[in-house]
Design a protein around this ligand. Structure first.
Ligand code: GAR
Length: 220
C-alpha cells in the first residue's frame, strides 16, 4: 500500500500534529507524516517532530512582504517534499483562495467547535456564554471561506454546568485527537469523497465520521 505523503502545518503547541504522527505509526495507516511545517520558528511542536525524525521546515510569514509570496514559499516546500495531502493543525494564518484552490479536496483542518456553529476564535467561551449543552470538534476540507467546507468527521462533547473555557476546551481537544487521525485515514484511503458541499464516506454507517465518545459524557 502506498501511503499518502502528508504535511502537517502548525503554528504552536502541535498536539493535533502529535496525534496524527502517533496514528501514522500503525503499519496499515494510509498516510505518513512526511513534513511538519511551521510559520513560527519556535513553535513547540517542531521539537517533537524533529525528535521523531520527521522533516521540519520553518517558513516565517514575517519574512515576506505579502501573503502571496509567503504562500508561494510554502507551496515550494510542499512540492519539494512530494506532499499529497495537507493537514492544518493549529495553523493560525488565513490562506488565500489561490493556495486553498491548489489543495482543493486535499487539505484538511481541525476546528474546536461543531461547525457550522462557532466559526472563528474563542469557541469555548462563546459556547459557554450561549449555554449550549453540546459542543465539540470538527475536521473538514478547507475552502476559501474560513472555518467552512465539507465536514469529514465530528465529535460531540457534553457541556457541564461547572465548565470553564479551559475544562471544556480540554475535553474538546481530546476529541480532536481522536477524530483528526480518523478523518485523515478516511481521506487518505479514498473512503471519504467530496460530493458538492458534503463528504460521502464509503461503507457508512461504519464507525469513523460521526463520533459520540464514551468519554464525552453524552446521554445515549
Ligand atoms: C486546536 O484546538 C485547533 O482546533 C485550533 O487550534 C488548536 C491548536 O492546538 N484551531 C483553530 O482554532 C483553527 N480555527 P494544537 O497546536 O495543540 O494542535
Amino acid at each position: 500500500m502506498s501511503r499518502q505523503r502528508t504535511a502537517v502545518l502548525i503554528s504552536g503547541r502541535g498536539s493535533n500534529m502529535r496525534s496524527l504522527v502517533a496514528a501514522a505509526k500503525a503499519e496499515d495507516f494510509p498516510a505518513e507524516v512526511a513534513l511538519v511545517l511551521s510559520n513560527v520558528a519556535d513553535a513547540a511542536g517542531l521539537d517533537f517532530a524533529r525528535s521523531e525524525g520527521i522533516a521540519t521546515k520553518v517558513v516565517d510569514h514575517k519574512a515576506f512582504d505579502s501573503r502571496e509570496t509567503f504562500e508561494r514559499a510554502v507551496q515550494a516546500v510542499l512540492e519539494a517534499h512530494g506532499i499529497e495531502l495537507v493537514c492544518l493543525a493549529g495553523f493560525m494564518r488565513l490562506l488565500s483562495p489561490w493556495f486553498v484552490e491548489s489543495w482543493r479536496d486535499r487539505m484538511l483542518n481541525v476546528h474546536p467547535a461543531l461547525l457550522p456553529s462557532y466559526r472563528g476564535l474563542h469557541t469555548h467561551e462563546r459556547a459557554l456564554a450561549d449555554g449550549v449543552k453540546i459542543h465539540g470538534a470538527t475536521v473538514h476540507f478547507v475552502v476559501p471561506e474560513m472555518d467552512a467546507g465539507p465536514i469529514i468527521a465530528q465529535a460531540a462533547v457534553a457541556v457541564r454546568g461547572d465548565d470553564t473555557p479551559q475544562t471544556l476546551g480540554a475535553r474538546v481537544l481530546e476529541q480532536e485527537h481522536v477524530i483528526y487521525p480518523r478523518a485523515l485515514a478516511l481521506v487518505a484511503s479514498g473512503a471519504a469523497r467530496v460530493d458538492g458541499a458534503r463528504v460521502v464516506v464509503a461503507g457508512e454507517p461504519a464507525p469513523g465520521a460521526a463520533l459520540v465518545s464514551p468519554g464525552a459524557g453524552l446521554a445515549h
